[in-house]
Ligand binder design. Structure first.
Ligand code: FO1
Length: 321
């Protein structure tokens, strides 16, 4: 059985994984999920990227929105607001709240996040093994302007959701990453993998944060198996979200080739760019990364499945080389 490891953020990663499950229904898929987006709100631990993967693969996601639950209501949020308790800018729905209550209760009882995630997945049956990148607390902060001359760090969700990434990001810092350790099963899954995939997730705040966990990069490089990524940038703009804003913060051009070069040939063996970026293939290959141009817009599950097939085909090709 083919063992596939995927480093995933939220919406883009989750939709790609749905395609991968269709493309390789018999594969043993382990997802290493970003937890740098996690936030504590109302005394509860919220893990947006883990939940987005879990709900998307488990059939509970709000399809159009890409995050949160389908058929959601917001009574608890409204009641909290009536008490003057915020933040109001983060949309936590009633159904979603239940997930965070269970998670927080289990963590308070002493269970690590990896065990909690496993327990939550027992309900959702995502068809993959979903592991948080770490059980330790890592929180992505973004450095923005404050007043005339100062700067301040805000939580990634405040930058992303409240500020809609509309202000310049001067730095992106995964606070706590340096001291974190990969969660149980993460290094083992990488070492046992036949293929490692980087879905079209945010290269800075999703895949980049996972790679910031000590030991992760080395484990991937040492696995000695094909590592193939898919560009989240199509035609010089992010497919979703505001990846260009955080790429600027780390000085990486928001282009399909720029992201491949940022990961580098030390990590990546293969890279898929969208057909409109076919002109980037030569530059990526010149950097020692095998590159193909294929359609990369996940307009529906069939398109995501086709992308996953292309990624596995490229992995096979670089593996045979
Ligand atoms: N994204 C938004 O744009 N607005 C929201 O109010 C919001 C709430 C939210 C609640 C739970 C959850 O799991 C995700 C949520 N997201 C929301 C998505 C999230 O902010 C980001 O898209 C991811 O963290 C980036 O991967």
């Amino acid at each position: 059985m083919q063992r596939i490891v995927v480093l995933s953020g939220g919406i883009g990663g989750a939709r790609f994984l749905r395609g991968l499950r269709r493309a390789a229904p018999d594969a043993d898929v382990t997802v290493i999920g970003n937890t740098g987006d996690d936030i504590h709100l109302f005394g509860l631990k919220v893990c947006p990227d883990l939940d987005t993967v879990m709900y998307t693969l488990g059939g509970g996601i709000h399809e159009e929105q890409g995050w949160g639950r389908a058929d959601e209501t917001f009574t608890v949020k409204e009641e909290l607001a009536a008490y003057g308790v915020g933040p109001e800018w983060f949309g936590l729905g009633d159904r979603d709240f239940a997930t965070h209550v269970v998670r927080t209760q289990m963590i308070a009882a002493g269970y690590p996040l990896s065990a909690v995630t496993e327990a939550l997945c027992r309900r959702w049956e995502p068809g993959v093994t979903l592991l948080p990148m770490t059980d330790d607390r890592v929180e992505t902060h973004v450095l923005i302007d404050d007043g005339d001359s100062g700067r301040k760090a805000v939580h990634f969700q405040e930058y992303w959701v409240r500020l809609r990434a509309a202000v310049p990001a001067h730095a992106v810092v995964p606070v706590g990453a340096e001291q974190s350790r990969p969660a149980p099963g993460v290094l083992e899954a990488i070492a046992a993998a036949d293929v490692i995939l980087f879905p079209p997730s945010n290269p800075v705040v999703s895949v980049g944060t996972i790679l910031a966990v000590p030991g992760m990069r080395e484990a991937i490089a040492d696995a000695g198996v094909p590592v193939v990524g898919l560009s989240p940038i199509v035609g010089d703009a992010p497919v979703r979200g505001m990846a260009d804003k955080v790429l600027a913060a780390i000085g990486v051009p928001a282009t399909a080739a720029g992201v491949a070069q940022h990961y580098g040939s030390g990590l990546l063996d293969g890279w898929l760019v969208d057909s409109v970026d076919a002109g980037a293939v030569e530059a990526v290959e010149a950097d020692g990364i095998r590159c193909r141009a294929v359609p990369l817009l996940m307009t529906d599950a069939a398109a995501a499945e086709a992308m996953a097939r292309e990624a596995l085909a490229l992995a096979k090709e670089v593996g045979a080389a």
